[in-house]
Ligand binder design. Structure first.
Ligand SMILES: [Zn+2]
Length: 941
């Protein structure tokens, strides 16, 4: 056929079909759904206010598709696509571009999907898409990059060797149907990705890519302030060349679990001291019912936490600490439905009774719990959430929409997650019928059980035992448990859905509307997002709460006990779209409420009642104490780098002790000490409150009266608690070592600014921004020192801070510190080598990040609250930092690197961890060792 005819054919047929999309009345974005000629599904989102433009592409290929002898291939390919394409061959080019453009990017490989996403400043979007599009049309798989990157995959695997999530997941894989692709090893390592006699990994990689990466199995979402037409042009320009093989995604021909794998009790040894019991039921995929969400109904009933619920009853019998229902793995031909329980020590002895109780509750649902109003309650909550859906970050938006694009009908791409299209009792009953003993796998992860097998890849000890006839009989022939109750109608569901009229002063920043001794009230009616929601912060400062590690621990105990007391009563409020949190910090504790505002006063009253009736039940106390001890002791199994971060803040902030100090204090605390402690704490309070959102001033003042009553605030003279910080000043290099059982070594270098001026904040933030990509590229990509490599901007108690860190399976702290020193020594040269355009682009990228508008009411509330805490009472700090950034020139930054960061002159704190694999290496001996923490903290203020 002559070429001219081809052209005629193409232009005379539509290249795309455009379909409508159902959206929320509160959603002012515009959408366009279309399919390109190569069958690529595309969703375009125009958001006039989007601070950044974002793209996500997902392909229906995942580790299920790995060749049996090349496990980890899909994951490896995900890594490789970032590392050079025909038009942009240089390794690291994409990363540099993203960083320079004030953006971020990531990717993940799942069971049946691989997803890539990035966001950048709007002006850089087209350039970004040009690079991104190349991933799917012209990757190079450069030899050198292939070799380096499989090392990176290998260290990613090794990094997680002691991660219980992975270790338990591997047992899961080994105990289901061995011919199901779920059994494959998803990460990959040097043995699965090696070069072999007849094939190189690169050849196999190419083959895998060419076979599977096909446009008809992809979805693309583009979001930005660009017009829909512009976005559509981008989709055509950069993605219409993706090859279409026309091959559909293959079906999985075998079930996840057969007769053989059901009815089994699986015991697994975790590394951390956890006690988790999971009842797991396998059923066919329910994806087709996403409009009706029958499993949500079941999860809603089983996961209820109110009075008489399964969780409440098991808790009152001291068998469990938490319960959650409705989790489990999901795939194109299967769905697991799980009920997971965290057991107490007593619960560990009574697992069969717990299982029995679950089946009793399931029977109760079958007999009395099938009622349409329950479905309607859940539906009204979701409708409300949809109607007042708030924006999330562009990057988050595109990454969930791209999954919806591949799984939902075009009209439901936005609405699908929220829709409950109708109560279908027969369908719910059908699914509920899968929740029976003969279809169950019971998994117990707890230390010291019986094991006779070892899992591949992660060496997890485990065992598999069939249920006994007695167990099956006990769980099948059950009677009603009179303590079990179904939930009642929810009093917290909101009725008034339109936000209040705006008062004239609502445009102003937050105002201090009450300033009394010991009590300050900030208020702002929200004028921008116009949703019927509110956020309330109540910071309760008490010097007594934080003046010793022992009191700090008592404060945390009280917080946990209170949270537990509130939980059961406040559960319906959570269901109705409200949330609350209570947390301890360096000054005392803070209570936070968020969500729909109409019934917030009701929730506040409930919480204050719990405060007032504080009871310190000994059994509950012992249970909470045991849980806290266990969590803190488990932290010793955390990754070395996490441990270093924890010890760093513990060392520098005396009111924020590290785990070992907390553990020591907690061990000797008795329940009898708490009432006296709370009284002393209440005797010297300072309260700062911020009420924000759909709140009227008179209602706010009323709420303030309730708060003052509850906390007995009467002209007290207490100011806020001090929040001391150890200042490094002219310390030179300080050195602190921690020890542990991990194989990897880790190092962290911390630089602190004494001043807290906007200019210093600008310098430290920009230094981190400038260093991050080069640091990652040099130490991870080029030198392959480890998988966790980076820089961070860590302000502590308002003092700017800069951190460089590495966790390494291959090198000890000495070598790591030398590598970092080499980097910092050379970095001023890197700065000098940037051309003017690159320098300006970097700065602009950071400014764009900082000046990004708040996406929703919660994030704006959070920003105001941080300003209040930082004494930025004109709410202008951010503007000042941006001004300071604009004025920084390259010489300023070179001076900062040479004078402050360079090892020869630096005042810095070096934290390190010598891993078990590096015990024979020479240890790191630099600077002044910190031997006594108490002494070190004496110059804190
Ligand atoms: Zn990875």
């Amino acid at each position: 056929m002559p070429a001219c005819c081809m052209r005629v054919i193409i232009t005379s047929f539509p290249l795309k079909k455009v379909l409508p999309v159902h959206i929320s009345p509160n959603d002012h974005k515009q959408y366009r759904y279309l399919t390109l000629a190569n069958e690529l599904k595309v969703l375009l989102v125009h958001d006039a206010d989007a601070p950044r433009s974002a793209a996500a592409l997902s392909v229906q290929i995942g580790h299920f598709d790995d060749p049996d002898d090349r496990q980890g291939m899909a994951h490896f390919l995900e890594h490789m696509l970032f590392l050079g394409t025909e038009k942009y061959p240089r390794i690291g080019e994409f990363q540099t571009f993203i960083n320079r453009s004030g953006g971020s990017n990531n990717a993940w490989t799942g069971t049946e999907n691989t997803t890539f996403f990035f966001e950048v400043s709007p002006h850089a979007f087209e350039e970004g898409l040009d690079r991104f599009g190349q991933f799917f049309t012209a990757p190079l798989f450069n030899e050198e990059a292939v070799d380096k990157e499989r090392q990176a995959v290998d260290s990613e695997y090794k990094l997680k060797l002691n991660d219980d999530v992975r270790r338990l997941y591997q047992v899961h894989k080994e105990t289901i149907n061995p011919s199901h692709p779920f059994t494959k090893f998803s990460v990959g390592d040097l043995t699965t990705l090696d070069d072999r006699n007849n094939t190189s990994i690169r050849d196999d990689l190419l083959h895998f890519y060419q076979t599977h990466y096909s446009a008809n199995r992809m979805g693309l979402v583009l979001l930005g302030s660009q017009s829909l037409d512009k976005l559509e042009a981008y989709a055509h320009d950069f993605f219409s060349h993706i090859n279409n093989t026309g091959l559909a995604k293959p079906d999985i021909p075998v079930p996840l679990v057969t007769e053989k794998e059901a009815k089994q009790f699986i015991q697994i040894e975790p590394i951390k001291d956890i006690r988790k019991l999971t009842l797991s039921f396998t059923m066919p995929s329910v994806d087709a019912y996403y409009q009706q969400k029958p499993l949500s109904y079941i999860a809603h009933m089983l996961g209820n936490e109110g009075t008489g619920s399964l969780m409440s009853v098991l808790k009152s019998r001291e068998l469990i600490n938490t319960l959650s229902a409705g989790g489990g793995v999901n795939g194109s031909n299967f769905r697991e439905f799980t009920i997971s329980l965290n057991l107490t020590l007593k619960g560990l002895e009574h697992t069969d009774d717990i299982v029995k109780s679950v089946f009793q509750y399931i029977a109760l649902i079958q007999q009395q719990g099938m009622e349409e109003w329950r479905y309607e309650e859940k539906k009204s909550v979701l409708e409300l959430a949809f109607r007042y859906q708030e924006k999330s970050r562009p990057l988050d938006t595109v990454s969930y929409l791209v999954m919806n694009l591949l799984h939902y009908a075009p009209d439901d791409v936005i609405y699908g997650d929220y829709m409950m299209a109708g109560y279908n009792e027969p369908l719910i009953r059908d699914l509920l019928a899968y929740l029976r003993p003969e279809n169950m796998r019971l998994v117990l992860a707890a230390q010291g059980q019986h094991y006779d097998q070892t899992a591949q890849w992660y060496a997890t000890p485990y065992s598999v035992t069939p249920f006994t006839d007695k167990q099956l009989a006990d769980w099948t022939n059950i009677t009603h448990d009179p303590e079990h109750l179904l939930s009642e109608k929810n009093p917290y569901l909101c009725e008034r859905l339109t936000p209040h009229e705006l008062a004239p002063e609502s445009e102003l920043p937050p105002q201090l509307i009450q300033d009394l001794p010991g009590f300050r009230l900030w208020y702002k009616q929200e004028h921008d997002f116009r949703v019927p929601k509110g956020v309330i912060y109540v910071a309760i400062d008490s010097p007594h709460a934080v003046n010793s590690p022992r009191n700090i621990v008592k404060t945390r105990l009280c917080v946990e006990m209170l949270l537990e007391a509130i939980n059961e009563k406040a559960y319906p409020a959570e269901i109705a779209g409200m949330s609350y949190n209570l947390y301890a910090h360096q000054g005392g504790v803070t209570l936070q409420l968020s969500g729909f505002s109409e019934k917030q006063p009701l929730l506040m009253k409930l919480i204050l009642e719990c405060f007032a009736s504080r009871t310190f039940d000994e059994k509950r106390f012992n249970n909470i104490k045991a849980q806290m001890l266990r969590n803190w002791r488990n932290a010793a199994e955390d990754k070395p780098i996490s441990q270093l971060f924890n010890e760093l803040t513990g060392l520098l902030q005396p009111n924020n002790p590290p785990y070992p100090v907390l553990i020591e204090a907690l061990e000797s605390i008795d329940v009898d000490e708490l009432p006296v402690f709370v009284e002393s704490m209440f005797a010297e309070l300072h309260i700062d409150t911020f009420v924000y959102g759909n709140w009227l001033k008179e209602d706010t003042l009323q709420l303030a009266e309730i708060l003052k009553d509850a906390f007995r605030v009467t002209d007290q003279l207490y100011g806020e608690s001090q929040r001391p910080l150890v200042q490094l000043n002219k310390s030179g290099t300080l050195n602190y070592e921690i020890n542990g059982k991990h194989a990897d070594s880790a190092i962290l270098m911390y630089y602190q600014s004494r001043e807290i001026s906007p200019r210093k904040i600008a310098v430290y933030t920009l230094a981190n921004h400038l260093m991050s990509t080069t640091f990652f590229h040099e130490l991870r990509t080029k030198q392959q020192l480890g998988y966790m490599v980076g820089t961070a901007n860590l302000p502590l108690n308002r003092h700017p801070g800069l951190i460089l860190y590495i966790q390494s399976p291959v090198a000890g702290p000495l070598l790591l510190s030398e590598a970092i020193d080499d980097f910092t020594n050379a970095f001023s040269l890197v700065l000098l080598e940037l051309n003017e355009e690159q320098w300006q682009a970097s700065k602009q990228g950071l400014i764009a990040q900082i000046s990004e508008p708040d996406t929703n009411l919660r994030s704006r509330a959070q920003r105001f609250w941080v300003s209040i805490g930082n004494k930025d009472e004109t709410f202008s700090q951010r503007k000042k930092v941006i001004e300071a950034l604009k004025n920084l020139n390259r010489a300023d930054m070179v001076r900062f690197i040479v004078e402050i960061v360079k090892p020869r002159t630096a005042n810095r704190l070096v934290m390190h961890y010598q891993g078990q694999a590096h015990q024979n290496l020479e240890s790191l001996d630099i600077g002044q060792p910190i031997e006594s923490i108490t002494e070190f903290q004496q110059n804190a203020r």
